[in-house]
Design a protein around this ligand. Structure first.
Ligand code: ADP
Ligand code: ZN
Ligand code: ZN
Length: 798
């Protein structure tokens, strides 16, 4: 028998399965979807079996055999193997990348160099022998001090170099102490009276005949040490068994069971529509303003799916949203829920994944990659906040979770719900055309009015002499809420953290030496950091260019706002939520739950607080600068601004207390801002569609972004130039090719970046042409140090 294996060598110029012979002893075990170690060139690599067959076009006698089988149960099922092939086509990626992204990172290979003894021990140099006495190999990092000697032996062939492949994270095992199952047995064991610890433990065991108890637990409960337990085990009072267990990511919040709410009329209409289509591969767009009860519909439709004995995937865009969403799902479905998000450790994710694989859970709530949950019997897939760009992976494989969801819905004959208060233009356009079925929730579930949104013209403030980042009306509103003991959310519309250092004498802005981007000031560590390559250096006290001392920090990072806020309202208790304050595991949840419990008056943060917050006491939301996203050089700038403003506004007045929102802006007349004020999605959609039509962007055109990087500027632009000419000669007249041009950030990590853009409506040859381009790249440009990336339907073209 012969196995087709996709090997873990992504840089290899040929992206196809390789044939391997299956050794006789593996023939009964082996199945597609299992991982194997196989020889490749002169090393061993990990591979995925994609098929098993009886014949090969190569000489069967010369096929290399599979070295080792790494799984006893396939890690990928038939559907996922097929999906990898589809993703390869659809996103133009390596099949190995598609396969790897579907499994938890714990299962990805860890390669380790080692030296293996290839002759009797006595034949190698004396000082080396102790290394090989216990085992026939040593790991290269354990033998650093004798490398010289090893090298000599390598040349003689008495020792050979090898790679070992292991999993990154193992199954967690706990030591279980199984107490003997009869009292007579325990009674018959003799313990010396002065062995007080053993006497104590024996008493404990006699009260727990036949039970299995985790050893650490037993140590605590019985108040004895591990050697004492071993002592009694040796005497036959118990036996030890290492058993598999799950890591338990603890939630800070108590889980109380909740039940379905009585749906409002509008919710009922939407629910019925989905319920009627539970066995149809149909996509719904659920357009409901914030607080309109979309989540309640998700919960109840999933409940319906579970009653039919099927499973559901619930995607949420970001980890910051996950704690609250997770809690709502756990409250409803208890232990039937697995959680997969980036806040978990690799081990925890692996455990959650195994629960899915073993069908111990029925619902998964998670970020983008949870779309690959290996359920066999899917009944529903939901994407909440479907417009979020985090659903698209920004490195290979560049897949969009929405596309994968729709593909899976066709395999499983089940519906997809895309939910949003501000659908992406693409999705809304599809709903208009009838490709998706549109479901609408126009009112908030508890009938609360939408918050009252004020737009503050910051130009006016400046004219009146106010130079602070808080306008007079916002400052007054903040003071007012503090007096009333209500809560405030302040939102800094900024990407990440953006204080830079500028010399006021010569105008020098501190730049990363490797990238064309300014360094960012980090107060907590007193470092200047590059957010692209990780470079850092201490904060300078004099200008590196002109040695002036007039060097200062600019920009409005959240820490800066925090300082200003302390001047404005010194008595306020402020919580900050940004990349810096949430770096530690569980930090999001801690900050949110502290705020929920009223331990602070003001929550200050970046876009990560824009979504998901649902606390009754928030009555004021302030957006410090609405313009930041608006002026990004990106065709989605207006759409993103509209989405953000709508979402932030939705945080206020979600319960009984009415909410108020202040949006500060230097361009208050822009339609993305004025229409977001009253959440007028339809007019916004119409106007933005007109803009897109005029400028030839999605959803009127499809876009492909092709980017080259190279250490040498001319080489990078040269390949981009060749590509443009090639595309022009191959693609149809109506297709527009833009470029080549330097990318917005023209250099990262000392590599120059050039790109070109394809805009097309219909391009039947596109897939073939791109595959051909990749062939040229892999056979020629790759060797010369270039990288090529192709991004189909990019979320932005910056
Ligand atoms: P969305 O997901 O659209 O933002 P949610 O489902 O979170 O909306 O609902 C907003 C609030 O209204 C929540 O506090 C939720 O418990 C409540 N709610 C939703 N549906 C109902 C209902 N049918 N009856 C009463 N309260 C509801
Ligand atoms: Zn200077
Ligand atoms: Zn850099």
């Amino acid at each position: 028998m012969i196995a087709e294996v996709i090997v873990d060598v992504a840089a290899h110029p040929i992206d196809r399965p390789f044939d391997y012979a299956i050794p006789a002893h593996l023939q009964v075990l082996i199945e597609p979807g299992m991982r194997v170690k196989v020889p490749f060139g002169n090393r061993k690599v990990l591979g995925f079996i994609t098929a098993i067959k009886e014949t090969t076009e190569f000489d069967p006698a010369r096929l290399k055999p599979i070295h080792e089988l790494m799984d006893v149960v396939p890690v990928l099922n038939k559907e996922l193997l097929e999906m990898a092939r589809w993703m390869k086509e659809k996103t133009v990626c390596f099949e190995i990348d598609a396969l790897q992204v579907m499994i938890p990172s714990a299962l990805r290979a860890k390669y380790e160099k080692r030296f293996v003894l290839n002759a009797p021990l006595e034949e190698i140099a004396e000082p080396l022998r102790i290394y090989f006495e216990k085992r026939p190999f040593v790991r290269s990092q354990d033998a650093v001090e004798v490398y010289g000697l090893l090298k000599k032996e390598l040349n003689r062939g008495t020792i050979v170099a090898d790679t070992d492949i292991s999993q990154q994270t193992a199954v967690k095992k706990v030591r279980m102490i199984h107490i003997a199952d009869s009292l007579e047995k325990l009674d018959s064991i003799e313990i010396r009276a002065n062995a007080k610890q053993q006497v104590k433990l024996m008493e404990y065991m006699k009260n727990r005949v036949g039970q299995a108890i985790e050893s650490s637990h037993m140590q605590k409960e019985a108040g004895v040490s591990l050697p004492t337990i071993y002592g009694l085990v040796e005497k036959g009072a118990a036996f030890i068994k290492n058993e598999e267990s799950y890591r338990d990511p603890q939630l800070l919040t108590e889980i109380e069971k909740t039940h379905s709410l009585l749906l409002t009329e509008a919710q009922q209409v939407a629910f019925d529509a989905v319920e009627r289509s539970l066995n149809t591969p149909k996509t719904f767009l659920l357009h409901g303003i914030t607080g309109s009860g979309k989540t309640e519909i998700y919960l109840q439709t999933i409940d319906q799916v579970l009653k039919e004995g099927k499973e559901a995937i619930m995607l949420v865009p970001e980890i910051s949203l996950t704690p609250q969403m997770t809690i709502r799902f756990k409250e409803r479905f208890g232990d039937l829920v697995a959680v997969l998000h980036s806040g978990l450790s690799a081990g925890e994710k692996y455990d959650e994944w195994r629960k899915i694989q073993r069908a111990e859970v029925k619902v998964v709530v998670g970020a983008r990659s949870a779309i690959f949950a290996p359920f066999e019997n899917l009944g529903l897939i939901i994407l909440d906040e479907e417009h979020e760009s985090s659903y698209k992976q920004d490195d290979s494989p560049r897949y969009h979770a929405r596309d994968v969801a729709i593909w899976r819905s066709e395999q499983h004959n089940c519906p997809v719900i895309l939910g949003s208060a501000t659908p992406s233009l693409e999705s809304y356009a599809r709903a208009q055309k009838g490709v998706y079925e549109l479901l609408v929730l126009e009112k908030r579930a508890k009938n609360q009015p939408l918050p009252d949104v004020q737009i503050v013209d910051m130009r006016e403030e400046l004219r009146n002499g106010n130079r602070s980042m808080f306008s007079v009306p916002l400052a007054e509103a903040i003071r007012d809420r503090l007096e009333k003991k209500e809560q405030v959310v302040l939102f800094l519309n900024k990407r990440g953290y953006s204080s830079f250092v500028l010399c006021r004498d010569c105008g020098t802005v501190m730049q990363c030496p490797n990238c064309d981007i300014s360094l960012t000031y980090h107060r907590s560590s007193e470092l200047m950091k590059c957010h692209y390559c990780g470079y850092d250096e201490p904060v300078p006290h004099i200008c590196p260019e002109c040695e002036s001392e007039h060097i200062r920090f600019f920009g409005t990072g959240t820490q800066k706002v925090e300082e200003e806020l302390a001047k404005l309202v010194p008595e306020a208790r402020v919580l900050r939520m940004d990349v810096d304050s949430t770096r530690n595991k569980g930090a999001h949840e801690k900050i949110l739950s502290a705020f929920g419990q009223g331990k602070a008056d003001i929550l200050l943060g970046t876009q990560m607080i824009a979504k998901g917050l649902d606390f009754p006491n928030i009555t004021l939301v302030g957006v410090l600068s609405a313009d930041t996203t608006l002026h990004l050089p990106d065709f989605r700038a207006a759409e993103k601004t509209y989405q953000l403003l709508t979402q932030v506004s939705g945080r206020a007045g979600r319960d009984i207390l009415p909410g108020e929102v202040y949006v500060q802006s230097y361009t208050p007349e822009h339609y993305a801002i004025t229409l977001a004020k009253d959440q007028l999605y339809e007019p916004f959609y119409e106007q933005e569609m007109a803009m897109r039509r005029a400028s030839g962007y999605p959803p009127y055109y499809y876009v492909v972004n092709i980017q080259f990087t190279h250490e040498d500027l001319m080489t990078a632009s040269g390949y981009a130039d060749q590509t443009v000419r090639y595309l022009q000669s191959q693609l149809s007249q109506s297709t527009i090719i833009i470029g080549p041009s330097a990318s917005l950030i023209a250099r990262v990590n000392n590599r120059y970046r050039y790109q070109c853009l394809i805009k097309y409506k219909k391009e039947p040859k596109l897939s073939d042409v791109l595959q051909q381009l990749i062939k040229i790249y892999r056979s020629e440009w790759l060797k010369k140090g270039a990288t090529l990336s192709i991004d189909m339907n990019p979320t932005s073209v910056m």
